[in-house]
Design a protein around this ligand. Sequence first.
Ligand SMILES: *Cc1c(COP(=O)(O)O)cnc(C)c1O
Length: 391
Amino acid sequence: MDKKYAPETLAVRAGQARSQFNEHAEALYLTSSFVFDSAAQAAARFSGEEEGNVYSRFTNPTVTAFQERLAALEGGEACVATASGMSAILSLVMALCSAGDHIVASSGLFGATQQLLGNIMSRFGVETTFVAATDVRAWEAAVRPQTKLFFLETPSNPLTEVADIAALVEVGRAAGVRVVVDNCFCTPILQRPLDFGTDLVVHSATKFLDGQGRVLGGAVVGARKLTDEVFKFLRTAGPTLSAFNAWVLLKGLETLKIRLEAQSANALELARWLEAHPKVARVYYPGLESHPQFELAQRQQKSGGAIVAFEVKGARAEAWKVVDSCRLLSITANLGDTKTTLTHPATTTHGRITPEQRAAAGITEGLLRIAVGLEAPVDLQDDLDSGLQLI
Ligand SMILES: *Cc1c(COP(=O)(O)O)cnc(C)c1O
């Protein structure tokens, strides 16, 4: 579809190819394989001489529709969808790195990504150096002749540190290193890393792209030359997105813009309220003037996003009091849902790393993370206040 359309138009229209029945909503093709007209066609499809579907581990029309819609939104040439966000990251590393290669990654990465790069890929000879997302010189200094990728998340989880994408792209280009951004927190509605020169964007579609906590999914978006490499791994190794999940995600994308804008506005209101609360020691939110990278976030993102972290005055006992007093906020580690979620990172998402690693990452015992949904901010405030008053 013509990429000159506005994002909200692409979100509801891009990627749909109607079948012979001329259905209005996107069709769900629940089929594992596709039938050929003749032996010759089967041979041509298998050899790649003729384009077309063969088997849903390779391609499926519903998955293709989702891929095209997300590629249009990110401003990328092509997209490969995967079974989860983690399989998107695994597939891209398997496609673009070999034994002996090296990755530089931001230190505040999503826990499973840290495990994958730091502990699993290292067993296969791909080594990762973790550096502070905001320290551009540290990225430059970490580059080796074998460095293939820069991998970063911005804003980071849970402390919402904002990395300078354009500056890291400049360092990466000068060193011949490809830059990959996990755009899970902002989505293309708030930030388009490819516009800053990033080579690839990865997503956990499980989060805001679905947006209603229903399915797992992931994606890699960028130049076709690179996504084709990821696709070659995927069609053989098999962490493919199911057609059903692709269909749910297609419908999720249709409301992405209005959800993100509303959730982000709610988050800003909540962050301001928390910052003024006497029982709160510190708030981390890129939309607040007090955020260390406020100016950068203003340039790079359309708004602060829907994730707010804050420290209560106290440690674990006080933070848990707030969690346990909530009647409305869901105690769950998932994020990006229309329902607001609350997490105590030190004992959940970051519970498996050592206390020293947690301290280095700035994850204190008093820290809480909120992924703001669509409830009225006043109701969220009342819920949190009941626990904060107990401190
Ligand atoms: C959740 C998440 C992932 C992993 O995605 P799954 O769909 O759970 O596999 C990767 N990166 C970030 C930033 C995430 O929040």
